[in-house]
Design a protein around this ligand. Structure first.
Ligand SMILES: C[S@@+](CC[C@H](N)C(=O)[O-])C[C@H]1O[C@@H](n2cnc3c(N)ncnc32)[C@H](O)[C@@H]1O
Length: 223
């Protein structure tokens, strides 16, 4: 059987010297390199605080906001894009954050191989690559199998919070949720305040300038 095509195309983006310095100096502090087995997140973060995963955090604007403003929670960012990791590391180092870790790997593999069942309080997926052409829809990260993996990674009543500026992707996501079991549809008001009040990011401002609407899709795992 043909496996699902990846949800990203790895381009050799330019890494600035500031990003490179952060990659060199802060990699060992924040990036989890040895991720061949299931992660024991209590050991990784050295505490029992709840853990939220941010899939495809880009340059880390929201991830860093979450980590700075929620010191009693841990954040696990998953991203394939090195320059974004460099920017995020540089900001994490400046704020001396201890509740953040990063995995530089395809999130679909991370959820299959490294995330233990019932280990996360929440999963955020902000502005996943929309793959607007019909022939590329199978590249979209939100598919039944992926939602099942996320569901088993969450604790009872854990949340999945997705934003997209592509109407067609929002419809696709709602449709996939309708076809899988184990989720209640929620709204922003059901989330903790710290997840409701998020500063707008450069990606969102660009989407709004280009006339696209921002869609919030929030689901909660059944008990
Ligand atoms: C459109 S950007 C959004 C970035 C960020 N979440 C934001 O709100 O600005 C999508 C990001 O997802 C990352 N990405 C796509 N597929 C991924 C995957 N399977 N695993 C990890 N990261 C992925 C891309 O590298 C890119 O940085």
């Amino acid at each position: 059987m043909q496996s699902k095509p990846r949800s990203f195309v790895l381009r050799r983006g330019r890494v600035t010297s500031a990003q490179q310095d952060a990659l060199t100096n802060l990699w060992s502090r924040y990036v989890l390199d040895d991720t061949s087995d299931k992660l024991d997140l209590k050991t990784v973060f050295k505490n029992n605080n709840p853990v939220v995963a941010d899939i495809g955090f880009g340059s880390g604007e929201t991830l860093l906001h979450f980590a700075k403003n929620n010191p009693h929670k841990n954040f696990l960012g998953i991203e394939v894009y090195l320059s974004g990791i460099g920017s995020s590391l540089s900001k994490a180092g400046l704020s001396d954050l201890s509740n953040l870790r990063i995995i530089n790997k395809d999130a679909e593999i991370v959820f299959k191989e490294n995330i233990s069942i019932k280990s996360l309080e929440g999963v955020v997926l902000f502005y996943p690559d929309p793959w607007p052409k019909r022939k590329h829809h199978k590249r979209r990260i939100v598919q039944e199998e992926f939602l099942d993996l996320i569901n088993s990674s969450l604790i009872p009543r854990g949340f999945f919070y997705c934003k997209t500026d592509w109407e067609d992707y929002a419809k696709h996501i709602s449709k996939v949720f309708e076809s899988v079991k184990g989720w209640d549809k929620n709204s922003i008001a059901d989330l903790e305040i710290s997840y409701q009040e998020i500063p707008s990011t450069s990606y969102e401002r660009k989407a709004l300038r280009e006339g696209r609407l921002l869609n919030n899709l929030i689901y909660q795992k059944f008990i």
